[in-house]
Design a protein around this ligand. Structure first.
Ligand SMILES: [Zn+2]
Length: 305
Protein backbone atom coordinates (compact mmCIF):
# COMPACT_ATOMS: atom_id res chain seq x y z
CA UNK A 1 0.00 0.00 0.00
CA UNK A 2 1.44 3.36 -1.00
CA UNK A 3 1.16 5.84 1.84
CA UNK A 4 3.05 8.62 0.10
CA UNK A 5 3.23 8.99 -3.65
CA UNK A 6 6.14 10.48 -5.50
CA UNK A 7 5.60 13.85 -7.12
CA UNK A 8 7.79 15.73 -9.57
CA UNK A 9 10.28 17.80 -7.59
CA UNK A 10 9.38 21.50 -7.68
CA UNK A 11 12.91 22.33 -8.76
CA UNK A 12 12.50 20.13 -11.82
CA UNK A 13 9.10 21.59 -12.69
CA UNK A 14 10.48 25.14 -12.55
CA UNK A 15 13.65 24.35 -14.49
CA UNK A 16 11.64 22.56 -17.20
CA UNK A 17 9.46 25.61 -17.58
CA UNK A 18 12.48 27.93 -17.71
CA UNK A 19 14.20 25.71 -20.26
CA UNK A 20 11.23 26.08 -22.58
CA UNK A 21 10.58 29.75 -22.01
CA UNK A 22 14.15 31.02 -21.81
CA UNK A 23 17.69 29.72 -22.12
CA UNK A 24 19.22 27.87 -19.20
CA UNK A 25 22.85 28.39 -18.26
CA UNK A 26 24.84 25.25 -19.15
CA UNK A 27 25.23 24.26 -15.48
CA UNK A 28 21.47 24.55 -14.91
CA UNK A 29 20.76 22.59 -18.09
CA UNK A 30 23.07 19.79 -16.90
CA UNK A 31 21.49 19.88 -13.46
CA UNK A 32 18.01 19.57 -14.99
CA UNK A 33 19.19 16.72 -17.17
CA UNK A 34 20.40 14.88 -14.05
CA UNK A 35 17.15 15.60 -12.20
CA UNK A 36 15.12 14.24 -15.12
CA UNK A 37 17.21 11.10 -15.37
CA UNK A 38 17.03 10.52 -11.62
CA UNK A 39 13.27 11.07 -11.56
CA UNK A 40 12.71 8.78 -14.55
CA UNK A 41 14.66 6.05 -12.72
CA UNK A 42 12.59 6.51 -9.57
CA UNK A 43 9.32 6.34 -11.52
CA UNK A 44 10.52 3.15 -13.17
CA UNK A 45 11.33 1.66 -9.77
CA UNK A 46 7.88 2.71 -8.47
CA UNK A 47 6.25 0.82 -11.35
CA UNK A 48 8.28 -2.28 -10.64
CA UNK A 49 7.53 -2.24 -6.94
CA UNK A 50 3.79 -1.68 -7.62
CA UNK A 51 3.74 -4.51 -10.12
CA UNK A 52 5.44 -6.83 -7.60
CA UNK A 53 2.47 -6.21 -5.32
CA UNK A 54 4.49 -6.76 -2.18
CA UNK A 55 2.60 -6.24 1.00
CA UNK A 56 3.55 -3.57 3.45
CA UNK A 57 3.68 0.20 3.32
CA UNK A 58 5.54 2.20 0.71
CA UNK A 59 6.61 5.76 1.46
CA UNK A 60 8.28 7.64 -1.37
CA UNK A 61 10.56 10.66 -1.22
CA UNK A 62 10.99 11.12 2.50
CA UNK A 63 12.95 14.12 3.70
CA UNK A 64 14.00 13.71 7.32
CA UNK A 65 16.10 15.56 9.84
CA UNK A 66 18.39 13.87 12.30
CA UNK A 67 20.15 16.32 14.62
CA UNK A 68 20.11 19.14 12.10
CA UNK A 69 21.30 17.02 9.17
CA UNK A 70 18.74 16.52 6.46
CA UNK A 71 18.61 13.31 4.49
CA UNK A 72 16.37 12.06 1.75
CA UNK A 73 15.20 8.52 1.01
CA UNK A 74 13.83 7.63 -2.42
CA UNK A 75 11.69 4.72 -1.23
CA UNK A 76 10.96 3.18 2.15
CA UNK A 77 9.19 -0.18 2.23
CA UNK A 78 7.93 -1.30 5.62
CA UNK A 79 7.36 -4.99 5.88
CA UNK A 80 6.48 -6.93 9.02
CA UNK A 81 10.04 -7.95 9.76
CA UNK A 82 12.24 -5.51 7.90
CA UNK A 83 12.27 -1.88 6.88
CA UNK A 84 13.87 -1.50 3.44
CA UNK A 85 15.50 1.70 2.27
CA UNK A 86 16.09 2.07 -1.47
CA UNK A 87 18.29 4.63 -3.15
CA UNK A 88 17.54 4.50 -6.87
CA UNK A 89 20.33 5.31 -9.33
CA UNK A 90 19.69 5.68 -13.03
CA UNK A 91 23.35 5.41 -14.05
CA UNK A 92 24.18 4.50 -17.62
CA UNK A 93 27.31 2.90 -19.03
CA UNK A 94 30.30 1.00 -17.69
CA UNK A 95 31.72 1.94 -14.31
CA UNK A 96 34.42 0.56 -12.13
CA UNK A 97 35.16 0.65 -8.39
CA UNK A 98 38.79 1.10 -7.42
CA UNK A 99 39.84 2.02 -3.88
CA UNK A 100 36.27 3.09 -3.10
CA UNK A 101 36.33 5.44 -6.07
CA UNK A 102 33.57 5.05 -8.63
CA UNK A 103 34.63 6.08 -12.11
CA UNK A 104 33.51 5.42 -15.64
CA UNK A 105 35.40 2.50 -17.17
CA UNK A 106 37.48 4.88 -19.28
CA UNK A 107 38.31 6.82 -16.06
CA UNK A 108 37.00 10.07 -17.50
CA UNK A 109 34.13 10.64 -15.09
CA UNK A 110 34.12 10.14 -11.35
CA UNK A 111 30.83 9.83 -9.50
CA UNK A 112 30.24 10.44 -5.83
CA UNK A 113 30.47 7.10 -4.07
CA UNK A 114 26.76 6.27 -3.61
CA UNK A 115 27.57 3.63 -1.02
CA UNK A 116 28.89 6.20 1.45
CA UNK A 117 25.72 8.22 1.03
CA UNK A 118 23.62 5.09 1.57
CA UNK A 119 25.48 4.25 4.76
CA UNK A 120 25.09 7.78 6.11
CA UNK A 121 21.37 7.69 5.32
CA UNK A 122 20.89 4.36 7.06
CA UNK A 123 22.82 5.57 10.11
CA UNK A 124 20.71 8.74 10.40
CA UNK A 125 17.47 6.82 9.77
CA UNK A 126 18.27 4.19 12.39
CA UNK A 127 19.13 6.75 15.03
CA UNK A 128 16.16 8.94 14.27
CA UNK A 129 13.82 5.96 14.71
CA UNK A 130 15.53 5.03 17.96
CA UNK A 131 14.82 8.51 19.31
CA UNK A 132 11.14 7.84 18.61
CA UNK A 133 11.15 4.42 20.23
CA UNK A 134 11.46 2.18 17.16
CA UNK A 135 14.29 -0.28 16.53
CA UNK A 136 13.30 -2.28 13.44
CA UNK A 137 15.65 -4.37 11.34
CA UNK A 138 16.77 -2.05 8.54
CA UNK A 139 18.22 -3.13 5.22
CA UNK A 140 19.27 -0.55 2.68
CA UNK A 141 20.10 -1.02 -0.99
CA UNK A 142 21.31 0.90 -3.98
CA UNK A 143 19.01 0.10 -6.89
CA UNK A 144 20.67 0.39 -10.29
CA UNK A 145 17.55 0.57 -12.35
CA UNK A 146 19.10 1.06 -15.78
CA UNK A 147 19.76 -2.23 -17.64
CA UNK A 148 22.53 -0.40 -19.54
CA UNK A 149 24.58 0.07 -16.38
CA UNK A 150 27.43 -2.24 -15.52
CA UNK A 151 29.74 -2.08 -12.55
CA UNK A 152 33.12 -3.76 -12.85
CA UNK A 153 34.82 -5.06 -9.73
CA UNK A 154 31.70 -4.73 -7.63
CA UNK A 155 32.32 -6.57 -4.36
CA UNK A 156 29.99 -9.51 -3.78
CA UNK A 157 28.66 -7.99 -0.58
CA UNK A 158 27.78 -4.64 -2.16
CA UNK A 159 24.26 -3.83 -0.97
CA UNK A 160 23.09 -3.25 -4.50
CA UNK A 161 20.33 -4.54 -6.72
CA UNK A 162 21.14 -4.44 -10.40
CA UNK A 163 18.44 -4.25 -13.05
CA UNK A 164 18.91 -7.92 -13.92
CA UNK A 165 18.31 -8.89 -10.26
CA UNK A 166 15.32 -6.68 -9.57
CA UNK A 167 12.57 -9.13 -10.53
CA UNK A 168 14.01 -11.85 -8.33
CA UNK A 169 14.56 -9.45 -5.47
CA UNK A 170 11.01 -8.10 -5.63
CA UNK A 171 9.39 -11.51 -5.93
CA UNK A 172 11.41 -12.56 -2.88
CA UNK A 173 9.91 -9.63 -1.02
CA UNK A 174 6.38 -10.56 -2.02
CA UNK A 175 6.85 -14.05 -0.66
CA UNK A 176 8.36 -12.86 2.58
CA UNK A 177 5.52 -10.47 3.12
CA UNK A 178 2.63 -12.91 3.03
CA UNK A 179 1.78 -12.04 6.63
CA UNK A 180 -0.48 -9.06 7.23
CA UNK A 181 1.48 -6.00 8.30
CA UNK A 182 1.53 -5.73 12.04
CA UNK A 183 0.21 -2.85 14.04
CA UNK A 184 3.69 -1.62 14.87
CA UNK A 185 4.45 -1.16 11.17
CA UNK A 186 1.53 1.16 10.84
CA UNK A 187 2.63 3.13 13.88
CA UNK A 188 6.10 3.40 12.41
CA UNK A 189 4.73 4.42 9.01
CA UNK A 190 2.61 7.14 10.57
CA UNK A 191 5.59 8.37 12.55
CA UNK A 192 7.70 8.62 9.40
CA UNK A 193 4.96 10.53 7.59
CA UNK A 194 4.70 12.95 10.49
CA UNK A 195 8.47 13.52 10.46
CA UNK A 196 8.61 14.24 6.71
CA UNK A 197 9.71 17.77 5.84
CA UNK A 198 8.38 19.63 2.81
CA UNK A 199 10.67 21.45 0.43
CA UNK A 200 14.11 20.62 -0.79
CA UNK A 201 17.06 22.37 0.82
CA UNK A 202 19.34 21.32 -2.02
CA UNK A 203 17.30 22.83 -4.82
CA UNK A 204 19.17 25.10 -7.19
CA UNK A 205 16.77 27.38 -8.96
CA UNK A 206 18.31 30.28 -10.90
CA UNK A 207 16.82 33.76 -10.59
CA UNK A 208 14.43 34.74 -13.34
CA UNK A 209 12.15 37.57 -14.35
CA UNK A 210 8.76 37.26 -15.99
CA UNK A 211 9.64 39.76 -18.70
CA UNK A 212 12.48 37.53 -19.92
CA UNK A 213 10.25 34.49 -20.36
CA UNK A 214 8.59 33.65 -23.63
CA UNK A 215 4.79 33.81 -23.36
CA UNK A 216 2.47 31.17 -24.73
CA UNK A 217 1.09 27.73 -24.00
CA UNK A 218 3.50 24.81 -24.17
CA UNK A 219 2.50 21.33 -25.24
CA UNK A 220 2.46 18.93 -22.25
CA UNK A 221 3.81 16.15 -24.48
CA UNK A 222 6.78 17.73 -26.26
CA UNK A 223 7.22 21.20 -24.74
CA UNK A 224 6.74 22.95 -28.10
CA UNK A 225 4.86 26.24 -28.07
CA UNK A 226 1.36 25.79 -29.40
CA UNK A 227 0.37 27.83 -32.46
CA UNK A 228 -2.13 30.70 -32.24
CA UNK A 229 -5.52 29.37 -31.29
CA UNK A 230 -7.73 28.55 -34.26
CA UNK A 231 -10.54 26.95 -32.39
CA UNK A 232 -12.84 27.94 -29.53
CA UNK A 233 -12.87 24.44 -28.06
CA UNK A 234 -9.40 22.95 -28.21
CA UNK A 235 -5.71 23.46 -29.00
CA UNK A 236 -3.58 21.12 -31.08
CA UNK A 237 0.21 20.76 -31.04
CA UNK A 238 1.56 20.93 -34.59
CA UNK A 239 4.74 19.11 -33.53
CA UNK A 240 3.37 15.99 -31.83
CA UNK A 241 -0.35 16.18 -32.51
CA UNK A 242 -1.35 16.31 -28.86
CA UNK A 243 -4.84 17.76 -28.48
CA UNK A 244 -6.48 19.15 -25.38
CA UNK A 245 -9.40 21.40 -24.57
CA UNK A 246 -8.80 25.13 -24.25
CA UNK A 247 -9.84 24.92 -20.62
CA UNK A 248 -7.32 22.21 -19.80
CA UNK A 249 -4.54 24.05 -21.64
CA UNK A 250 -5.30 27.32 -19.88
CA UNK A 251 -5.59 25.70 -16.44
CA UNK A 252 -2.29 23.92 -16.96
CA UNK A 253 -0.62 27.15 -18.01
CA UNK A 254 -2.13 29.04 -15.06
CA UNK A 255 -0.73 26.32 -12.79
CA UNK A 256 2.67 26.81 -14.38
CA UNK A 257 2.41 30.57 -13.83
CA UNK A 258 1.53 30.07 -10.17
CA UNK A 259 4.44 27.67 -9.70
CA UNK A 260 6.87 30.17 -11.20
CA UNK A 261 5.35 33.22 -9.53
CA UNK A 262 3.59 32.13 -6.33
CA UNK A 263 3.40 35.74 -5.08
CA UNK A 264 1.77 37.25 -8.16
CA UNK A 265 -1.96 37.77 -8.33
CA UNK A 266 -3.97 36.01 -10.99
CA UNK A 267 -5.54 38.68 -13.15
CA UNK A 268 -7.31 38.21 -16.45
CA UNK A 269 -4.96 40.63 -18.23
CA UNK A 270 -1.80 39.02 -16.86
CA UNK A 271 -2.95 35.47 -17.64
CA UNK A 272 -4.14 36.46 -21.14
CA UNK A 273 -0.69 37.85 -21.78
CA UNK A 274 0.99 34.81 -20.22
CA UNK A 275 -1.02 32.33 -22.31
CA UNK A 276 -0.61 34.48 -25.40
CA UNK A 277 -2.68 32.50 -27.86
CA UNK A 278 -6.12 32.26 -26.26
CA UNK A 279 -8.83 34.96 -26.34
CA UNK A 280 -9.27 37.09 -23.27
CA UNK A 281 -12.93 36.00 -23.03
CA UNK A 282 -11.90 32.33 -22.87
CA UNK A 283 -9.32 33.10 -20.17
CA UNK A 284 -11.86 35.07 -18.18
CA UNK A 285 -14.41 32.28 -18.43
CA UNK A 286 -11.89 29.68 -17.24
CA UNK A 287 -10.71 31.85 -14.35
CA UNK A 288 -14.27 32.64 -13.30
CA UNK A 289 -15.26 29.01 -13.39
CA UNK A 290 -12.24 27.51 -11.63
CA UNK A 291 -11.19 30.24 -9.21
CA UNK A 292 -12.91 32.58 -6.80
CA UNK A 293 -12.78 36.21 -7.78
CA UNK A 294 -11.60 38.83 -5.33
CA UNK A 295 -11.92 42.60 -5.76
CA UNK A 296 -14.03 44.39 -8.33
CA UNK A 297 -13.47 46.01 -11.71
CA UNK A 298 -9.97 46.51 -13.10
CA UNK A 299 -8.34 45.48 -9.82
CA UNK A 300 -10.14 42.14 -9.64
CA UNK A 301 -8.05 39.04 -9.21
CA UNK A 302 -8.60 35.33 -8.69
CA UNK A 303 -7.73 32.93 -5.90
CA UNK A 304 -8.09 29.15 -5.58
CA UNK A 305 -11.68 28.11 -4.94
ZN1 LIG B 1 3.56 18.48 -28.67
Amino acid sequence: MILKHRTKPLEMVILQSLRTRSRLAPADATHLDNLEKGYAGEIQFDRRISAADCRGYVINDLLLDYRGTLFQIDTVLLQPDVVYLFDVKNFYGDFIIEDEKWTSANKETEIKNPLLQLKRTEFAFRNLLKVHGFSPVIRSFLVFINPEFHLFQAPGDLPAIFSSQLNRFLSGLSRQSAATPLYRDEALAQKLLSLHLEGNPYSRIPEFDEKDLRKGICCPGCWSFLPANQNKQYVVCTTCGNRESNTEAVLRTVKEFRTLFPDKQLRTRIITEWCGIVDRQVIQRVLQKHFTSGGKGPSSYYVSS
